[in-house]
Design a protein around this ligand. Structure first.
Ligand code: C5P
Length: 241
């Protein structure tokens, strides 16, 4: 499915978003529309991106009662997005309802959007897991058990840190997709992310897709940063995977 590098379009100003995309004219991108942009520009933005020929990951991380998630997904499937997500911690019934909603809303002749579950956000640290969320296990166990729950519920994969990919693949199988944010090029600031990883390392750990935001959107020359990222991602010796 297109490029394995997903560019996070985290812009709250439409003009900024358009200027950013203009630099990539002619390139078919895999872009991520998250809450920041979708809550302001909505379905019309997704439609514009699809018209430009880009693949779209709609990152709204749904987490609500099963019936609400089902109805929401039915509507979102109609936008023709390629990838969408829910919080795996919403439970198996919620995830199954999400899939049923997506199937019901997918237009005739189109493929159902792939649906992945967020395990633990990459901004969550071990310390937060214990002292704020009161989760009585460590990050790795929590991530793997949520990945197993997502797989058992029929989801196509999960969002996690690249650092957890080997364990997820071992528990859920090679074909279970891993989409990994928290990617930083050398010298970039981690910002609010905790479990960060370079593109090269993410690839060697077996990530299927990396999600990159500020390392590209905040770069002096986003196009040059994207090129560096592409070559870091591609040039890894496949034997090391
Ligand atoms: O700027 P940065 O590269 O940190 O952006 C990462 C993007 O991935 C953001 O849009 C964030 O919402 C998203 N994301 C994440 N962690 C997750 C799921 C999504 O950082 N677990």
């Amino acid at each position: 499915m297109g490029s394995s590098i997903i560019l996070a379009l985290d812009f709250s100003e439409k003009e900024e978003l358009n200027d950013f995309l203009k630099q990539f004219e002619g390139e078919k991108l895999f872009v991520k529309v998250g809450m920041e942009a979708f809550y302001q520009y909505g379905p019309k933005l997704v439609d514009e991106l699809k018209q430009l020929g880009h693949h779209v990951f709609l990152d709204l991380k749904l987490h609500d009662i099963p019936n609400t998630v089902n109805k929401a997904m039915k509507g979102l499937a109609g936008l023709g997005v390629d990838l969408i997500n829910v919080h795996a911690s919403g439970g198996s019934r919620m995830m199954q309802s999400a899939l049923e909603g997506l199937e019901a809303g997918t237009r005739g002749g189109q493929k159902r959007p792939l649906c992945i579950g967020v395990t633990q956000l990459t901004s969550t640290s071990e310390e937060m897991l214990r002292s704020e969320l009161h989760i009585a296990t460590d990050m790795k166990n929590s991530v793997v058990s949520l990945a197993e729950l997502a797989k058992g519920s029929g989801l196509d994969g999960v969002v996690s840190s690249a650092l957890e990919v080997p364990m997820i693949k071992e528990a859920c199988g090679e074909s279970f997709l891993t989409v990994t944010p928290g990617i930083r090029l050398e010298g970039d600031m981690a910002g609010d992310q905790n479990r960060v990883c370079s593109p090269k390392k993410a690839r060697s750990l077996g990530s299927d897709f990396i999600v990159v935001g500020r390392s590209i959107t905040g770069a002096k020359n986003p196009l040059a940063a994207y090129d560096i990222l592409k070559s870091e991602w591609r040039n890894i010796n496949e034997v090391n995977r």
